[in-house]
Design a protein around this ligand. Structure first.
Ligand SMILES: [Ca+2]
Length: 342
């Protein structure tokens, strides 16, 4: 009796095997879409043609290429290649490449495989019939093809449609203007809270000095960037301008200005790239002037734990090196915003 069990299992496997083999070889077809399906020249902003591989009843078991083709109205049955993807490359053909971009992926197992072409402001000539063709091997390794077609219709621009489009654009512009105004107002409000003093344009840049905050060079740098600037960078001549600005800010009577006199001001000079080689933080290709001598005694060479530089209020704004991050130390920071012609 026990001998019969393996025989039964073998029998069941023989019966099941053809079903398992058939199910394990998927067959592929294609799905073709266009968005939108109607184009009005000069008014339709974008056209996308997308052809993807789907499971379907066909003879193709291994995809080799996906091609989008198009016919024109004069020769509706004559299709020319628009774009093709193979396992080796993607290519948008000739005139179809104008104002176009494409995305594609072709996997040997057909998974997540597609080709899509996008045009901005498609011309009339892009309306008509599109075809997607999938070529691949059948189970006898013959190359076979399946195809699918869809139309992009043409709609003539009319004055009502054109006026409607203008109205839509005007509404969107005024919405965007509203967003810009409110973001600008938020930045201005933030600046008036954070900065003690802002200079007028001085020799091509304006400067903003902050209230005392925890010393964190990355946060300070990010805030300067919000205003289109960077932590201040200077040569000997600009240093004189900056010193004058900081003296004026100290004596301005503004809230928190008194802390400047005995405080420090973080600037955009760092030796974090190469120890003892001081460079500008936002423009690291530029060396800080080697002839700059206004360091406090012994400063500039305090090792790898001190890679940021501050101007020292109690020492006539001489430079000192300090750690870039210290949650226990308060520091002001100085942003420089260049005047750029619009
Ligand atoms: Ca250092």
């Amino acid at each position: 009796m026990p001998l019969q069990v393996p025989a039964m299992v073998a029998c069941a496997l023989v019966l099941l095997l053809p079903a398992l083999v058939t199910a394990s070889v998927p067959e592929f077809g294609i799905h073709l879409t266009t968005s939108p399906s109607t184009v009005t020249e000069h008014l339709t902003k974008a056209l996308t043609v997308n052809c993807s591989i789907v499971l379907a009843n066909s003879t193709i078991i291994q995809p080799l290429s996906l091609t989008i083709k198009k016919s024109n109205i004069r020769n509706p049955n004559n299709y020319t290649d628009v774009a093709v993807v193979t396992s080796l490359s993607t290519n948008i053909k000739g005139l179809f490449a104008v104002n176009s971009t494409s995305n594609s992926h072709l996997a040997p197992d057909g998974k997540d495989s597609y080709i899509a072409v996008h045009w901005t402001y498609p011309e009339f000539s892009f309306t008509g019939s599109y075809m997607c063709e999938l070529k691949g091997f059948d189970e006898k390794f013959h190359i076979v093809a399946v195809e699918n077609k869809t139309d992009v219709k043409d709609s003539k621009p009319d004055i009502i449609g054109a006026l409607g489009a203008i109205q839509d654009h005007e509404q969107r512009i005024s919405q965007l203007e509203g967003v810009l105004v409110s973001q600008g107002a938020a930045l201005t409000a933030f600046a008036s809270t954070l900065f003690i003093a802002t200079s007028p344009a001085l020799g091509g840049s304006k400067y903003m000095v902050s209230r005392p905050v925890m010393r964190n060079s990355a946060v300070a740098e990010s805030i300067c960037k919000l205003y289109g600037g960077y932590l201040a960078e200077f040569d000997l001549q600009e240093f004189i301008t900056i010193k004058r600005f900081l003296d004026n800010a100290t004596n301005s009577g503004a809230d928190k200005a008194d802390t400047l006199a005995n405080g420090t001001v973080l600037v955009g000079v760092t030796d974090e790239f190469v120890e003892d080689e001081w460079r500008f933080r936002a423009h690291p290709a530029e060396l800080f002037s080697a002839s700059f001598t206004d360091w406090v005694p012994g400063a500039g060479h305090r090792g790898k734990s001190e890679n940021c530089a501050v101007l020292t209020g109690s020492a006539g704004w001489k430079l000192n090196d300090v750690p870039c991050y210290d949650n226990k130390e308060l520091v002001h920071f100085l942003c420089e915003v260049e005047n750029k012609s619009p």
